[in-house]
Write a protein that binds this ligand. Structure first.
Ligand SMILES: [Fe+2]
Ligand SMILES: [Fe+2]
Length: 305
């Protein structure tokens, strides 16, 4: 069982939070804004879907405790990101549609499948978070540097707790369905669905938020070519191609190629039938964050810079 800490942090977001909260890297700022719009309905879906397995989780005190710790952390994330989301909607009221569309996508998914499918979906998606957030937190200076500390701190907390409960989704899935191949068979469905959610959110963002306030296109950023594009500007001739490129830098432009390559490799491995999140390399800074929390620091302004 994972030792999960329930941290209730008093997040406070209002209309003064800019959409462009990371002007030094608008693509990274956009990625996190879209992440907020995904997180609220995804975590609501996760809680609803996995609650359907509660009767079976209760067969084991350890599994029941894992589910309890996991769902409580996710509920905190959903409510914190909701505050951030509502602050953005207060500035751009038509952004409400992004939330409504994403919620509908998850409601449709919930109605269409049994609990085993949802546990597989959650396990597959959550398995990507540790490699992704390790790359981000290991490069926190270049990605978060100069950003609004309120949003940066929210993201840092969420990324750290996703890493902390990295095994929970898989532990619950295994209890419901000991067959790893059932989960692997649904990898494509998982990423097709979450890709559609991200695309729907991105379309609305581009329509509703003026270009001057966002600097980059959410649709272009959240396209399936996201990681391919990152490698276009590396390797032989990469610098020349980067120099000829117009507009703000790409999302991971400041992340070393070796970090990016390891991340992509670990993302692929995270979907394998024998994947064990417990073995993953972790970002050192996650420990710094938990130590600061334990010492009583104000985590609403503890930005990873
Ligand atoms: Fe979460
Ligand atoms: Fe999670």
């Amino acid at each position: 069982m994972t030792d999960l800490v329930l941290r209730k942090i008093r997040w406070d977001f209002d209309e003064s939070v800019p959409f462009l909260w990371q002007p030094a890297n608008p693509a990274f700022g956009m990625f996190c804004n879209v992440f907020t719009f995904i997180a609220v309905p995804f975590e609501r879906y996760l809680i609803k879907a996995l609650s359907r397995g509660q009767g079976r989780f209760n067969e084991s005190a350890e599994i029941a405790a894992e589910a309890d710790g996991f769902l409580r952390q996710e509920a905190q994330h959903a409510s914190a990101h909701r505050k951030h989301m509502l602050a953005l909607i207060a500035r751009y009221p038509r952004l409400e549609r992004a939330y409504e569309d994403a919620t509908r996508c998850f409601d449709d998914l919930l109605a269409a499948h049994p609990v085993e499918f949802h546990a597989a979906y959650v396990a597959n998606l959550e398995a990507t978070f540790t490699p992704l957030f390790k790359a981000i937190l290991d490069n926190r200076d270049s990605l978060f540097g100069g950003s609004d500390p309120r949003v940066a701190s929210l993201m840092a907390w969420h990324f750290v707790e996703e890493i902390e409960h990295r095994s929970s989704g898989l532990i619950l899935y295994r209890h419901l369905s000991p067959n790893p191949w059932y989960r692997v068979r649904h990898v494509r469905a998982t990423f097709r669905h979450i890709g559609e959610v991200a695309a729907a959110i991105a379309r609305t963002v581009d329509e509703v938020v003026p270009v001057a306030d966002r600097m980059v296109s959410a649709e272009a950023l959240m396209s399936p070519a996201l990681l391919v594009d990152e490698f276009t500007y590396r390797g032989p001739g990469g610098r020349r191609r980067a120099a000829a490129r117009v507009g703000p830098p790409t999302l991971f432009s400041a992340v070393p190629t070796s970090h990016l390559a390891k991340m992509v490799c670990r993302l692929a491995l995270s979907q394998m039938p024998n994947h064990n999140p417990a073995d993953q390399p972790l970002p050192e800074w996650a420990e710094t964050w938990t130590a600061e929390y334990a010492r009583g620091a104000d985590m609403t302004v503890f930005a990873p810079q």
